[in-house]
Design a binder for this molecule. Structure first.
Ligand code: AP5
Length: 285
């Protein structure tokens, strides 16, 4: 069950459950545990009905991934998505997409991002406000790179409270600054999915080096699609310095904003990627 989304579970069981209260009961249990069992079992409803009830009446999960640039949020996020069955919303990915498409937002954000500066609060708050209205967020969402300022955190609270919701967990990835430059400067990305690779720590299967030991750019291909990987313009030592200034000056104070609510958990992200995942998956439980 850990590798399928709730929606996938529902649709894959739907055929079996239609007009079959026992099947709907099973699907309900998959979707929502005991409550789903009761809903589907007592009323003989379809899995789609049960899904709709959960989307309407149960609070959405709102998880925040927190950590410095290069801490490993984007590396662990796809695995968390698989387990929780809710989407990862990365403001960085959304802004990079806007830059690539040269939308108004993209044009305004481009230079700021390249220099490692934060984009304006209003811009990212509006992006998130719209995005969490999408159908795929009806059971919840995982925020990666948002909120990054106290103002953004307050704006998020406001939009959640309007729906009777709140932030359910903040997972902080702890890494000493010394390791971040190597992580950032060795990173290669797959544009379409946001998958990140690293020349030393997570190389793509296709990676080859020349006689001098330098990576051959043409051999940097995504493992799943074979598409060419690219390097982010802000993955430079100079931009990292700026990104860390923003992180400590504006983003770290957010943890104290959330701590009194008892929703913050910490992960030691300064260990091998699979060991970090062990801690993360334990934290999800
Ligand atoms: P964003 O895209 O959010 O970048 P970031 O926060 O700087 O985070 P990164 O993506 O760099 O770090 P990550 O933790 O995801 O690292 P990863 O897992 O890839 O933001 C970019 C810019 O957009 C901002 O600077 C700002 O301009 C703008 N922006 C975005 N959101 C905004 C907001 N809310 N408000 C205002 N502006 C906003 O890992 C890094 C590398 O390390 C990879 O190569 C990976 O393979 C490797 N690695 C990962 N884990 C390990 C490990 N355990 N051991 C060894 N290597 C590892």
């Amino acid at each position: 069950m850990a590798t399928v989304t709730a929606a996938a579970v529902v649709s894959s069981t739907e055929a079996r459950t239609e007009g079959n209260s026992l099947g709907a009961l099973a699907a309900g249990a998959v979707v929502g545990g005991v409550a789903g069992y009761v809903l589907a079992g007592q009323m003989g409803e379809s899995a789609a009905d049960v899904e709709e009830k959960f989307a309407t009446y149960w609070p959405r999960k709102c998880m925040i991934l927190f950590g410095a640039p290069g801490a490993g949020k984007g590396t662990q996020a796809p695995k968390i998505v698989n387990v929780l069955g809710i989407p990862q919303l990365s403001t960085g990915d959304m802004l990079r997409d806007a830059v690539a498409r040269q939308t108004e937002v993209g044009k305004a954000a481009q230079a700021l991002m390249k220099a490692g500066e934060l984009v304006g609060d209003d811009v990212v708050v509006n992006i998130i406000r719209d995005r969490i209205k999408s159908d795929d967020c009806k059971f919840g969402f995982i925020l990666d790179g948002f909120p990054r300022t106290i103002e953004q955190a307050r704006a998020l609270d406001k939009m959640l409270v309007e729906k009777g919701e709140c932030v359910s967990s903040v997972m902080a990835f702890n890494v000493p600054d010394e390791v971040l430059e190597e992580r950032i400067c060795g990173r290669w990305m797959h544009k379409a999915s946001g998958r990140s690779y690293h020349t030393n720590f997570a190389p793509p299967k296709s990676m080859k080096k020349d006689a001098s030991g330098a990576v051959i750019a043409d051999t940097m291909l995504d493992d799943e699609t074979g598409a060419k990987l690219y390097r982010r313009p802000d993955d430079t030592p100079e931009a990292l310095k700026k990104r860390l200034e923003s992180y400590y000056g504006k983003t770290v104070p957010i943890l104290d904003y959330y701590r009194p609510r008892g929703v913050v958990s910490e992960v030691n992200a300064n260990q091998a990627i699979d060991k970090v995942w062990s801690e993360v998956s334990h934290g999800l439980q």
